[in-house]
Design a binder for this molecule. Sequence first.
Ligand code: ADP
Ligand code: ZN
Length: 602
Amino acid sequence: MKDNQKEKDKKKKLYAIITIIVLVAFILASTIWIIISKNNSENEENKPEIAYTELIKMIEEGKIEKVEMTTGSQSIKVKVKDVEEEKTAIVPSIQPFVELVQEKVEEGNNEIILETKGENPLKTILGTFMSLLPTILIIVLFILLFKMQGLGEKGKVYGVDENKTDVTFDDVAGLDEEKNEMIEIVDFLKNPKKYQEMGAKIPRGILLYGKPGTGKTLIAKAIAGEAGVPFISMSGSEFIEMFAGLGASRVRKLFEKAKKISPCIVFIDEIDAIGARRSSSGGAETENNQTLNQLLVEMDGFESDQTVIVLAATNRPEMLDKALLRPGRFDRQITIAPPDLKGREAILKIHAKNKKFANNINMEEIAGDTAGFTGAELANVLNEAAIIATRYKHNEITKQDLEEAVKKVTVGIEKQSRVMSEKDKRLTAYHEAGHALVSKYLGTQTDVKEISIIPRGLAGGYTMYKTNEDKYYISKTEMEEKLVALLGGRAAEKVALNDISTGASNDLEVATGIAKDMITIYGMNDKLGPISLKVNEPYELQIFGEDIGDVVGQEIRKLIDTAYERAQTILLNNMDKLHQVAQRLMEKEIISAEEFEEFFKE
Ligand code: ADP
Ligand code: ZN
């Protein structure tokens, strides 16, 4: 569907060929010219058979019957009386010579036939051509260069890698509903007239909401690719550190370019960096205001015949200035969620295409192991797997390579070189054993997949859980128990070692976030009831009472405290198991799902 781009490439080639032809023609013409001139000079100019003074003398003596001249040449042919052959002579200056001959003729003493011939026609044409050639050549080359440049520029707006942006809907997996909406946009771009004649306004701006890596850029590129129109992009984050006024002028230039090459797609990534809600305070905000205002002006300033569709991506829709969302601006919104099980399988299949896999590899299985992964993370997993396979000199990507890659993407690279002190090792072992054990005794938590105390990324160790299915809803019980499992690490440190460490910081962050969401988003708190505390402005919270913040804080604390107590209770009731698992971890560093289950067989 890259007709446009292909066409341009074709044209570019054509222009290159024309340039070569023109150059070759020039070289050929010059060669012919040189040969002809050389012949002429050899024949006529270099070998004067009669010297000029002698010629004059002969004319005066009446020995010459006929003078034959060629315009533009100093070389003449003369017929001498009683001599059969014509002789050549060189005349230093033509006009006085002609006058002299005519004088003689008028005097009547001599009968001289004066003949003036036109130049060799080929030579005349070539001569004129040759004198004009440099000018023609320069003009032609200029036109060609200009045209090629024009095409190049249009191609260049695709980004550095022109070809890579030959993205089509086939490159976008999952997202079937979203794709339907995109197909409509492609049709706007391809047949704007059709809609205009019907009186329909073509949408200007479309906001894509979604986490980083969910394929927003990919979709924007695919729309451009399918419609065969150029794709220009810009990222909002580029403006954060800009000097005053630069942001606004950048936006203006971007849209200037877009209008020039319309129809086209303009993609603004991280629009929240420019389009964050305006506040009355000055300072750094003012610059953003200017940029945002320019963006609003541009969105309103399209002519009806300019088909420029602006796609903007953000992860934080609640941050955006409401003015951006008004009709005629970004009035269409599409949410792009992380892929579900089927979507993940489809994405994996797309990215597996150019890679060699062992036969026993099943993409559905990997999709099952990667719940919550975005498209970018999935693509990354397969790429990492290929790198790992290469490093191990495997002939193809094996299951282990893939599992290793999944871990690398989730928890970071294994740092076998980092030597852990015996004390750290013991602490990590109890911490991870705590997570694993606590979740084992909770009904809603998924099974343990692997426990490790080999440091990876920032984590000293990790406990991985199996993912069985994609869930659309999570129950309150499940969330509460998730908190217990998260606090299991810290609880184990406390009950087994009677001390606590910094190793739980991430667990605490995640747990506190979940507790806060339970109360403020999901209305799962008995005291506050089923209300949402999501508000646009902090003051709006006051409608729930002055002390609403205190209440939320207390309830979060209560959830966490309860979970921490439960985790400790579970561990205290199973201290023998805790010691066993921790001990095994210290010996083996890694425990598989099967080995873990062994501890619970009577
Ligand atoms: P975003 O713009 O949402 O941050 P990108 O569009 O940049 O995400 O996605 C990054 C990469 O992840 C893409 O280039 C592609 O390789 C992969 N990817 C993401 N989503 C998908 C998808 N739905 N299908 C195929 N590949 C995807
Ligand atoms: Zn932990």
